[in-house]
Design a protein around this ligand. Structure first.
Ligand code: ATP
Ligand code: MG
Length: 552
């Protein structure tokens, strides 16, 4: 059973108070992605927060596509977002599209005009910037600010009919050009964009701005607590103004929390899309991507991601979380679930010269020493094996306890073998290691004669199945993601290493997404994209060890 999230946080406290005071009978939250890319691990934090908050207080959560910007949105993204939210283990109550509220939003804009609270402005984007003022200086009023209600109604209608070009006119809220909060200086609430929309097609050529649309969407759905990231704190007065002046029946409350930032991880959809478009990665689900689809293909489980999101908690100030913390949770989950098996990812032939040529033994090996319920499996053993290249050294340093001439090690689950000889190719690479084995030392037979310091894993050459292994390193080597830097130059050129090696026969029928702990090599998951009938491809989810410790 998974642990429930019973830690308290400031948002829960607000919700509790609102229920206890009777302000709300039931809470409704929403997860409102813009369908302009795939969801990433940052979104997972918001998803877990919104859905679990509603669950805990027996409320509801809507999935709402915030699709008010036709230029960047696409149905492919809508589908991927639904899939990812479900895969994370959450089921929404209502499924909505902001674009279905365009008619309602238009009416509310007309209402603002009629109340003298909105006007059509002809200033160019550049002029508007000039008029806006700065943090220390107030803005200047637009010369179009005092147009009559009739003129504004007429112009707004003609904007809607398509009589003007993109950028020629905008509708602005009439608030206060001298406000210390720049967001309140007559923000644009509608703009012209002659663009086909993924949902409404060519029905509209004017589109609402986020700051106008979002509070209306929340109010229409009766959202009680509208949770967003800290950048929107300064937008809250505008949010409340829109709800009030548009005379919405419900009054949602915006609450801000710190977004998730992870070391060595890009979390902006715009930048992730650049990686896809520039073919730095092989798609949104490339196992190096911090997208939910990428993490899933890499071999992450939904449980691990949820546990991670719970552990990082909800705070009011931004911070950078070590990506090793995410890795900690996948190790913790797979430690229980993934059977231990043997695979050799950089093979070196080992020949046991005193082992009978045609003999094959079936050794019984535990699937998980930490969980006897996972049973045992039969693994074949014969004269020729593969071991890891790094498990043999001709001239070992001190404290190297694996194979070198004259040294004896244990082959995991099998016998002691002693290195007698080795063979090099013309370039001086060791290509074959020769050993003798001691039949007395069979694992499980109670041999106590002597001890060895090293145990290495192996795969029987006769029955081994060849496989591909993909090892990953972070895509981005720097945490300095200043907008001024060209982030494509910060890409790690060695983020993917592809190796050819062998797996034990027991895995020959492994299916995409099957997960294993390869002894000493890490946790691996069968790739969904490159695995075919003829070839098994394994992604390394995470290595076995890290120095990272969670503070309890
Ligand atoms: P991006 O900059 O990556 O496009 P966004 O905030 O524009 O992100 P949206 O699709 O608008 O993406 O986000 C949907 C929801 O997910 C929002 O409520 C947003 O606050 C939340 N969210 C996005 N990124 C993070 C993050 N890194 N941490 C926590 N919540 C996030
Ligand atoms: Mg966005």
């Amino acid at each position: 059973m998974e642990a429930v999230n019973n830690t308290s946080n400031f948002i829960k406290n607000i919700v509790k108070e609102d229920l206890e005071s009777g302000k709300h009978k039931e809470i409704i939250t929403r997860f409102p992605p813009e369908p302009n890319g795939y969801l990433h691990i940052g979104h997972a934090k918001s998803i877990v927060l919104n859905f679990e908050l509603a669950d805990e207080f027996k409320g509801k959560t809507n999935l709402r596509f915030d699709d008010t910007n036709p230029l960047k949105e696409d149905t492919e993204y809508v589908e991927s977002i639904e899939e990812d939210v479900r895969w994370l283990g959450f089921e929404w109550d209502g499924l909505y599209f902001a674009s279905n509220y365009f008619e309602e939003m238009y009416k509310r804009a007309v209402l603002l005009i009629k109340k003298g609270k909105a006007y059509v402005c002809d200033l160019s984007a550049e002029q508007m910037k000039e008029y806006r003022g700065t943090l220390t200086e107030p803005g200047k009023e637009s010369p179009y600010r005092n147009r009559s209600v009739e003129e504004n109604l007429d112009l707004f209608e003609r904007m809607n009919k398509g009589e003007f070009k993109d950028g020629e006119k905008v509708l602005r809220a009439k608030i206060d050009m001298a406000s210390p909060n720049i967001n309140m200086r007559d923000p644009i609430i509608y703009r012209i964009s002659h663009t086909t929309h993924h949902n409404t097609g060519n029905k509209w050529c004017i589109y609402p701005m986020y700051d106008f649309a979002h509070p209306i969407e929340d109010a229409i759905e009766g959202i009680t607590h509208s949770i967003c990231t800290l950048e929107f704190e300064d937008h809250r007065p505008l949010y409340d103004w829109i709800v009030r002046e548009c005379e919405m029946e419900n009054t949602p409350r915006q609450i801000e929390f710190a977004r998730l930032n992870l070391t060595n991880t890009v979390m902006s959809k715009r930048k992730l899309k650049l990686l896809v478009d520039e073919k730095v990665v092989d798609g949104w689900d490339d196992p190096r991507m911090p997208t939910i689809a990428g993490l899933r293909r890499r071999g992450y489980t939904a449980e691990a991601i949820r546990n991670f999101c719970r552990e990082i908690g909800v705070a009011k100030s931004n911070s950078l979380v070590d990506e090793q913390m995410l890795e900690h949770f996948i190790r913790e989950d797979l430690h229980l679930k993934a059977p231990r098996t043997m695979a050799v990812i950089r093979p070196l032939k080992l020949i046991i010269t005193n082992y009978p040529e045609d003999q094959v033994e079936m050794l019984e090996i535990e699937n998980n020493p930490d969980d006897p319920d996972m049973g045992t499996r039969k693994v074949s053993f014969s004269r020729e094996l593969y071991i890891e290249q790094e498990d043999f050294m001709e001239n070992p340093p001190k404290k190297y306890f694996r194979l070198f001439p004259g040294n004896e090690v244990r082959l995991k689950g099998a016998y002691f073998v002693k290195c007698t000889d080795f063979v090099k190719d013309e370039d001086g690479n060791v290509v074959e290691v020769h050993c003798t084995y001691d039949p007395e030392t069979k694992s499980g037979a109670g041999f106590t004669g002597r001890k060895v310091k090293g145990t290495i894993h192996w795969v029987d050459a006769k029955s081994a199945v060849s496989a591909e292994f993909r090892l990953y390193e972070p895509l981005i080597m720097s945490d300095d993601q200043e907008e001024s830097k060209n982030f494509l130059e910060q890409i790690n050129p060695n983020s993917l290493e592809i190796l050819e090696g062998y797996i034990e026969e027991s895995m020959k029928d492994a299916k995409p997404q099957d997960k294993f702990q390869f002894l000493r090599n890490g946790y691996f998951s069968v790739d969904t994209k490159y695995t075919s009938e003829n070839k098994l491809v394994f992604n390394r989810v995470v290595s076995l060890k890290s120095s990272f410790k969670i503070q309890k």
